[in-house]
Design a protein. Sequence first.
Lengths: 144, 149
Amino acid sequence: MTEITRKGVVFIVPCSGIGKTYGTVSREAAYHVTEDLRPEDTRLVALSKLVLGDEEARTVVAGNPAISIDGCKLACATKMVQESGGSIAKDYAVLEVYRRYKQFKPQGIAVLNEGGEQLAQALANEIALVVDELTSGKGGKENG
Amino acid sequence: MSDYLEFRVDKFVFKVAVDCLYSEEGVWVKLEEPYVRIGISDYLQQRSGDVAFVEVKPVDTVLVVGEEVAVIETIKVNISLTAPVTGKVIDVNPALGTSPEAINFDPYGAGWLVIIEATEWDTNLKQLMTPQAYCAKIKREAEQEVKDK
């Protein structure tokens, strides 16, 4: 379990699953956080860059708290952050989030249905609160 | 602990518990006299994907073969499962409300669905497949699917 107390930018690493509804939800949530809700406090990292070993991406992830959003149980986003030397401040699995918001049933692949958009927004709202805790120095917990 | 028949197709390994009988749609039935316990096969859960929610008929529901006994919502599909036996539901798996993923990680054990007091077991038995017959059926299906890709 990792306690994060560093004050700074939080990196958001969503699933890269293309053609998968839950992967799309993860990316939409990441966009909401990094572009709309907490643009000053967060940065988006493409999982593919970590997979390919991009030095810049690995360096920033290794030196800052990261929030991963996984689209399936393979948990590629979480694993790649860890393999890149980063610390997971909080990991999300879209399926677990959906179980908390049963009314938002996600469908669609390239374009999410309304339920999927609402689920992505709900997830983004949760992540924004975690970002607030991290940037205020309150910390987060891995697998929390 | 159950013994299994196992086979691999492509990268997937499927298990068929040998102490159960099976319906065509992939519901397993285990006789625990005087009751039967039912759930879904490993093949069906792997094809259906991660389970998000499960709804099963409540205790005291009387079912006839072919009537809906449970609905499983996964990340891919919604499955309406039909009762493989006639009888009354006497118990439901309480863990499925909070841990529906049990169906994925332990389909023949912790992921069971309901226990039914079967009232026409001798008749229902004739409609169910042996583990060997079910295994052969799903192996053909899986291999055909790979060929069709």
